[in-house]
Design a protein around this ligand. Structure first.
Ligand code: PHE
Length: 343
């Protein structure tokens, strides 16, 4: 009997250590320690053991049982630990891997430029006005001292919708609208950004739709000097402190002393004859401006003997091209991400 127990013990030991997983181990436990298990049936045979040997054999059986139980418990925790290790290894993540990039959109270069223009004038106390893109002939031309059949209407090829209605060719109608809204009250200090339309080709420097920012100041004692100071300040804010302006005489029907304003090339400062922005000229035309024509003031309810004013109109695309060194206007409208992502 004793020998049998020792054999059983050895067999159990071998099977326990050979168990590959928890299920197998449980099978081993049932086989040896279960109700119908081998050790249990051995115990049942105890009645055949002589009373004298019984305590001794009983002790051996109990020891064997305790040992098998302990082996099973140890193996159980070893298998569980191994399973956990496996799980951890298979679920391992490399926290040093770079994350997946979230693609975040951003503002269009024209919007960036327009925002900056607004910022510069708002800090000088200008309000921001709006006017309709589908405009009347009256506001687009007549109220700006361009009566019907005025030859200067040819300066801007227009998209007419009816005889009296067209797509505005400039933001200047917002000058007249703002003056009429203010019914003769000064001061006015406003800018008016927006889209304008002209029957132009679509090429590197033209587009049938583009953006302008109009400016208008009306008050007592406004001089041409105020206009120069304003334009100079604007250029320095927009393109950098070392930018200068240059004025050339020009003509607009709605300004009485009219000028075209250039700024010094902020890319090459006139030093590069191959500069792709100024092409070596060193100067870039950025806007038209002038003193508000007395007739324009009068037509919109202001007395030129009491107030005076200045106005200017700039192209946003042009300003953006200079600011970012872009040589083809079409890039703004093609929505090519290779271009847009650079801003
Ligand atoms: N409206 C003019 C243009 O589109 C620009 C301008 C505005 C000129 C205001 C003078 C004063 O060319």
């Amino acid at each position: 009997m004793e020998q049998k127990i020792q054999e059983l013990r050895a067999a159990a030991q071998a099977e326990i250590s050979g168990a590959a997983d928890l299920k197998e181990l449980d099978g081993v436990r049932v086989k040896f320690l279960g109700k119908k298990g081998e050790l249990t049936s051995l115990l049942r045979g105890m009645n055949q053991v002589s009373a004298e040997d019984r305590p001794k054999i009983g002790k051996v059986v109990n020891e064997a049982r305790a040992e098998i139980e302990k082996l099973i418990a140890d193996k159980n925790s070893a298998l569980k630990a191994a399973a956990l290790q496996n799980k951890l290894a298979s679920e391992k993540i490399d926290v040093t891997l770079p994350g997946r990039k979230v693609h975040c959109g951003h503002l269009h270069p024209l919007t960036l430029t327009l925002n900056r223009i607004k910022e510069i004038f708002i800090q000088m106390g200008y309000s921001v006005e709006e006017g309709p893109e589908v405009e009347t002939d009256y506001f687009n031309f007549e109220a700006l001292n361009l009566p019907k059949d005025h030859p200067a209407r040819d300066m801007q090829d227009s998209f007419y919708i009816t005889e009296e209605i067209l797509l505005r060719t400039q933001t200047s109608p917002v000058q007249a609208r703002t003056m009429q809204k203010n019914t003769g009250n000064a001061p006015i200090r406003m800018i008016a950004p927006g889209r304008v339309y002209r029957r132009d080709d679509f090429d590197a420097s033209h587009s049938p739709m583009f953006h302008q920012v109009e400016g208008l100041v009306v008050d007592r004692g406004v001089t041409f000097g105020d206009l120069i100071g304003t334009l100079d300040f604007f250029c320095k804010q927009m393109f950098g402190e070392n930018t200068n302006i240059r004025l050339r005489p020009s003509f607009f029907p709605f300004t009485s002393v009219s000028t075209e304003c250039d700024c010094s090339c902020p890319i090459c400062h006139g030093r590069d004859s191959n500069c792709k922005v100024c092409h070596g000229a060193g100067w870039l035309e950025i806007l038209g401006a002038g003193e508000v024509h007395p007739k324009v003031l009068e037509m919109s309810g202001y007395s030129p003997s009491v107030v005076s004013g200045f106005a200017f109109g700039m192209g946003v695309e042009r300003i953006a091209m200079i600011k970012y060194g872009i040589d083809d206007l079409r890039l703004f409208f093609e929505n090519d991400l290779r271009f847009l992502n650079q801003f």
